[in-house]
Design a protein around this ligand. Structure first.
Ligand code: SF4
Ligand code: SF4
Length: 429
């Protein structure tokens, strides 16, 4: 199979470390920490007060149309509403709930016969259930449904999971195949599309087989297998790979949904199930029992790692997400949030050189899937030269990490671009 987008790399996958079998449920923790912002958009305001009793699945935070509600993931008592650190380092207001161990559920209203529902009605249900994009962006899914209904020929379901080590989407497809296919059919019908294309890389043979086995002869869902290449799961690269069409700079990517998001849309509509738990890959050579785990939102990284046999003494770094786009965490006292797909524990330090030197080999240019020139961006970022960073399209950098991965001079390219973007946002020189 030929490569379908420019640039990219073939890092070692390490997927075999965690792949296979059902996800292991992590015991419900004594306390959950539910951040009031777990999505792109405005933060929620708390709907509960300290001392209130809450039910599992009860909505405890909501906000304006650009926010996505959050829910209690255990039943119990609200003990505090305060700022806590979340993965990525931000401090966000959180609702802290002491678990009463009863899992007393809030009522849920499912709709088995969803065919009569409009896209607007489904978008409202999806919003109420707090479904956000689970491929990393955490964009409220209801907004995407509302903005693409009636405007799309094909729905694209992103099942690439191209980042090394992570196998949570793979596990979702193997273990919850009916929800994935049901969600793909639902989105196709609701958005008025002719088909839903599940785009999956060829390194997931079990998931491909499970998905194909669940299709009917005249299904509106198609499983499209792509050659494995990082970062194929990035939206512009995936759209190009599947449709052959370039997404213009600044244009929206349209009806593109992550595969686990798709399954959660289905559960929200058919069961009335809010987003309370998710599959998290706990992996790397720094954890004793790498595996996929079913984790309630709000469970601490420490509790999840403990349930995976604990961390090894020689572990040097813990990353929320994968090695290419994940963010290192300084403390394990951060909660799993809706966008957490992996906890990666590594015994090796990030091997940035003490005295990095560009030897002008051009490898970073060859692999950049956005056709940027990282070596020059790096130079202008160090100089804080806003005009040149604009001229060299810094803001098109999607922080995929390909350039850093191949750089023989071990320049911290991607990390420098992230900092430079912050500098530009703050109005640096
Ligand atoms: S890959 Fe590294 S050493 Fe090579 S040109 Fe790019 S920045 Fe310079
Ligand atoms: S991190 Fe940015 S500059 Fe580097 S390869 Fe990815 S898109 Fe290109």
């Amino acid at each position: 199979m030929k490569q379908l987008f420019g640039g990219g790399i073939h890092p070692e996958g390490f997927k075999e470390l965690s792949r296979g079998g059902e996800p292991t449920p992590v015991p419900a923790p004594e306390t959950v920490v539910i951040p009031l912002r777990q999505h792109i958009g405005s933060a929620c305001e708390p709907l509960v007060s300290v001392g209130d009793s809450v039910l599992m699945g009860q909505k405890i935070g909501d906000g304006d149309s650009r926010s996505s509600p959050v829910h209690a993931t255990v039943s119990g008592t609200v003990t505090a509403i305060e700022e806590r650190e979340i993965p990525g380092g931000d401090r966000v207001k959180c609702v802290i709930i002491k678990n009463d161990g009863k899992d007393t559920p809030a009522p849920m209203t499912g709709r088995a016969s969803w065919l009569s529902l409009s896209a607007k009605e489904v978008a409202d249900i999806v919003r109420e259930c707090g479904i956000v994009g689970m491929g990393g962006a955490a964009f409220p899914t209801n907004s995407k449904i509302a903005s693409t209904a009636g405007k799309t020929a094909d729905v694209l379901i992103n099942a690439c999971e191209c980042e090394p080590y992570i196998t949570s989407d793979d596990t979702e497809m193997c273990c919850f195949t009916e929800d994935v296919i049901g969600g793909a059919r639902m989105l196709c019908k609701l958005l008025g599309a002719k088909s839903s294309i599940i785009a999956i890389e060829d390194n997931k043979p079990e998931a491909i087989e499970a998905l194909r086995a669940a299709l009917t002869e005249d299904d509106c869902v198609e499983v499209r297998v792509l050659p494995t290449r990082y970062p194929q799961g990035a939206k512009k690269q995936l759209i190009l790979a599947v449709t052959g069409k370039e997404v213009a700079p600044g244009a929206r990517s349209g009806a593109l949904f992550n595969v686990t998001t798709t399954a959660n849309v289905y559960r929200a509509v058919t069961k009335g199930q809010p987003l309370l738990e998710k599959i998290v890959t706990v992996t790397g050579d720094g954890v004793n029992e790498p595996k996929n785990m079913l984790v309630r939102i709000g469970t601490s990284f420490a509790d999840v790692i403990k349930a995976a046999g604990g961390i090894k003494e020689e572990t040097k770094q813990v990353i929320a997400g994968g090695p290419m786009m994940g963010k290192g965490v300084d403390t394990l006292d951060v909660p799993v949030v809706k966008g957490t797909n992996a906890i990666l524990c590594l015994t090796a330090e990030c091997d940035a050189a003490a005295d990095p030197v560009c030897i002008r080999c051009g490898k970073c240019v060859d692999v950049c899937p956005m056709y940027l020139q990282p070596l020059y961006l790096y130079r202008y970022a160090l100089a804080g030269d806003k005009a040149m960073l604009d001229e060299y399209y810094l803001n098109d950098c999607m922080e995929c990490g390909c350039c850093s991965f191949v750089c023989p001079g071990k320049l911290p390219l991607t990390a420098t671009f992230v900092e430079a973007k912050h500098m530009l946002k703050k109005g640096g020189k």
